[in-house]
Design a protein around this ligand. Structure first.
Ligand code: ADP
Ligand code: MG
Length: 335
């Protein structure tokens, strides 16, 4: 798959984050190209793992899942926070690879082309971890081993090569922004307006490895994540699009459910906007949309199965009762 084909596939499921999609598509394309070539020519390769920085609920996990589906490679996710809470980090890491192998149907060759997504790596700051758990720094060291490509022996004595596995790390990196602001103020190259200015702004906005060290990642770990993609906070419009546009968007799902009952559901733009506004207040990105949307539909889903006259339901506002109509378009009184 070419980078643009990867982006086109991602676009069907993940709304927005266009810049990050491009960066990731190019990185992934080069990755699979490189491992293909390295094997043919027997040359070593410098693997470029990816770091995704962005607030919670903005599509980081969804994008990685979708990516793995597009490429038809096995995919597992792990959580850095829980790695830091266990005494046996290496066992936990082995378990991640074990799961990858299972996802690959036990096929080690398939497993080594897989993608491992490790979320919340920003919680692995080099400061000491929780009592009884591993320190963030020691988890970083443990992860380094597999990210650098050491073969790992699994439970049943099977070895898994990690050299070709693509690692994508994610995290919100709260506080990185102020580090960036500082490091950019220092040595900021200025230029006149126009195109030059825009290019410079882009260069200056890039997260540098030194910023990650300052945040608390050890240099070796940050150095293994040379490709950095930034995810943006989702605004109102994006949240509305998330509910309506993707292949498996909430609105499509529930229209389908009601269609099975012989009922057409129509939700007005106004209501979607209100849901988006509430979701923004909850500050967990797109994560709260489903809950709010389902709550809005609960009375409908409760009433429809009992009342065969209903042919259409219309919701104009989150704060008004749904309106019901029969097949002739006559309004039906609320039961
Ligand atoms: N950009 C997006 N496009 C479509 N859906 C999204 C997007 N961001 C978040 N979502 C929705 O919110 C849920 C949580 O997103 P997730 O990818 O887990 O966020 P995180 O960035 O915290 O990993 C997803 O299951 C998806 O339904
Ligand atoms: Mg996530």
């Amino acid at each position: 798959m070419t980078p643009s084909a990867i982006v086109a596939f991602l676009d069907q499921h993940v709304v927005g984050q266009d810049e990050a999609k491009k960066i990731i598509a190019v990185a992934v394309y080069s990755h699979y190209k490189k491992i293909g070539r390295a094997r043919d020519e027997g040359v070593g390769l410098a693997k470029s793992n990816i770091l995704i920085i962005g607030p919670t609920g903005t599509g980081k996990t969804l994008l990685c899942e979708t990516l793995a589906r597009a490429l038809e490679v096995p995919f597992v996710t792990a959580d850095a926070t829980s790695l830091a809470q266990t005494e046996f980090v290496n066992d936990e890491i082995d378990a991640i690879l074990q799961r990858l192998l299972e996802k690959a149907g036990g096929d080690a060759t398939r497993a080594r082309r897989g993608i491992v997504f490790i979320d919340e790596v920003d919680k692995l700051k080099a400061v000491s971890g929780q009592a009884g758990g591993a320190s963030g720094e020691s988890v970083q060291h443990a992860l380094l081993k597999i990210m650098e490509g050491a073969p790992v022996r699994l439970r049943h004595g099977q070895y898994i090569e990690t050299g070709d596995i693509l690692f994508i790390c994610g995290g919100a990196f709260v506080g990185l922004r102020s580090i960036l602001a500082k490091s950019q103020a220092f040595g900021f190259i200025s230029a006149g307006g126009g195109e030059d200015q825009r290019i410079l702004e882009r260069l200056n906005a890039r997260v540098k490895p030194t910023d990650l060290f300052e945040f608390g990642l050890i240099p070796e770990f940050a150095g293994r994540l040379p490709i950095i993609a930034g995810f943006r906070e989702l605004g109102r419009d994006m949240l509305v699009r998330i509910m309506t546009e993707p292949r498996h968007a909430l609105y499509r799902q529930f229209r389908e459910i009601l269609r099975d009952e012989g009922v057409e559901l129509a939700v007005a733009d106004e209501a979607f906007g209100q849901i988006a506004d509430l979701a923004i207040e909850y500050q967990v990105g797109a994560r709260s949309l489903r809950g709010i949307f389902e709550e809005m539909l609960t009375p409908v889903l409760y009433r429809v199965p009992d009342d065969k006259r209903i042919a259409r339901v219309s919701i104009d506002s989150l704060f008004e009762a749904p309106r019901y109509f029969d097949a002739q378009g006559n309004p039906l009184a609320v039961a």
